[in-house]
Design a protein around this ligand. Structure first.
Ligand code: ATP
Length: 271
C-alpha cells in the first residue's frame, strides 16, 4: 500500500517501507537573505541520505530547519509504521560544538543532564551509569564515560554526540559531518558505525557530507544542494553522473572513487 503522504506516484519503496519522512517545499531566509527555496526531500526508514554540495550551499541550514532550530516555510511530515502522521523524534550531531576545554563536565554528566533532573553534584544511580555505558557502546565509546568533554578528540566527541543522539533511538537521525578535527580513519569508523546502526534499527538518516568517497560507499540516496535548492536527488549512481554535480565537483574527483567497487562511477566520469 502506498503511504498517504507520498506524492511520488512512481515510488516503489513506499509499498514495502514501514515509515517515511517528507520535507515539503522548505524555504529558509536568514537576515532577509534567501538561503533555501523549494526544497523537497522524501526519506524512507532505513535510508541513509547523504546531503552534498559546495561550501555555503545551505546543507547545515537544511538540517537546522528540519530540526526546527531555525524558522522555515513549508512542512515536515512523518508517517509512522501504524500509518499515523506525527512529529518525528530527532537525534542530531552538529558539525561543531564550542566547548570550554577547562570545564569539569564529563561525558557522564552530559548524558545525566539529558536523562535525569539530578543536580550535577549528586552521585548518579547505578542504572543511569549503566544506561550511559550501553549508549556509548553503540558507538564504541564506552571507555569515554568518565572523560571530561574538553579532553575528547574530535572523533571521540563525535562518537559521544552520536551515542547521545541515539538515546532514545529517534525516528530521524540528522548528522552534520565535521569538516575538521577528524582524520580519515576516524571518519571511516564513523561511517561504519552509522551504517551498522542504520541496518540494526532501520533508521532514517540524513547526513551532510564532504567526503564523496564515503558517500558513494555508504549512502543509498544522495541529495545535491546547489543554487539554494536540491538540484538533484536519487541513488548515488544517478547523482554522481548528473551533469550539474560533475560541473560542481570537477572530473578530477573521480579519482576519489578508486576504493569504490562500482565501475559505473568511474566510467560515467571518464566519458
Ligand atoms: N545566521 C546566519 N545569518 C545569515 N546568513 C547565514 C547565517 N548562517 C548561515 N548563513 C549563510 O547561509 C548560507 C548557507 O550556510 P550553511 O552553513 O548552511 O552552508 P553549508 O552548505 O552547510 O556550508 P559548508 O559546506 O561550508 O559547511 C551561507 O551563505 C551562510 O553564509
Amino acid at each position: 500500500m502506498k503511504h498517504p503522504i507520498c506524492v511520488n506516484s512512481d515510488c516503489k519503496i513506499c509499498e514495502s517501507s514501514l515509515c517515511c519522512t517528507k520535507i515539503n517545499n522548505f524555504g529558509v531566509k536568514r537576515s532577509g537573505i534567501e538561503i533555501l527555496k523549494n526544497v523537497n526531500l522524501h526519506i524512507h526508514c532505513g535510508d541513509l541520505t547523504a546531503v552534498i554540495g559546495p561550501n555555503g550551499a545551505g546543507k547545515s541550514t537544511l538540517l537546522k530547519a528540519i530540526l526546527g532550530e531555525i524558522s522555515h516555510t513549508g512542512e515536515l511530515q512523518f508517517l509512522d509504521a501504524n500509518n499515523g502522521t506525527t512529529k518525528p523524534s530527532m537525534g542530531y550531531v552538529p558539525q561543531k560544538l564550542d566547548l570550554d576545554s577547562t570545564s569539569p563536565t564529563s561525558v557522564l554528566d552530559l548524558f545525566a543532564a539529558a536523562h535525569t533532573n539530578l543536580p550535577i553534584w549528586f552521585t548518579y544511580p547505578k542504572k543511569i551509569r549503566e544506561r550511559v555505558r550501553e549508549s556509548l557502546a553503540l558507538t564504541h565509546g564506552e571507555h569515554l564515560i568518565n572523560k571530561r568533554l574538553g579532553e575528547l578528540s574530535g572523533g571521540e566527541l563525535q562518537r559521544v554526540l552520536l551515542a547521545l543522539a541515539l538515546d532514545p533511538v529517534p525516528h530521524l537521525l540528522l548528522l552534520d559531518e565535521p569538516v575538521s578535527g577528524i582524520d580519515q580513519k576516524g571518519l571511516e569508523l564513523f561511517y561504519q558505525t552509522v551504517s551498522t546502526l542504520r541496518k540494526n534499527y532501520d533508521l532514517s538518516i540524513i547526513l551532510v557530507s564532504h567526503d564523496l568517497n564515503l558517500v558513494a560507499e555508504y549512502a543509498n540516496r544522495v541529495a545535491f544542494v546547489n543554487n539554494r535548492t536540491i538540484e538533484c536527488c536519487g541513488t548515488p549512481q544517478e547523482v554522481f553522473t548528473n551533469e550539474k554535480v560533475i560541473q560542481t565537483f570537477g572530473l578530477d574527483w573521480s579519482n576519489r572513487f578508486q576504493r569504490v567497487e562500482k565501475d559505473w562511477v568511474a566510467n560515467a566520469l571518464l566519458v
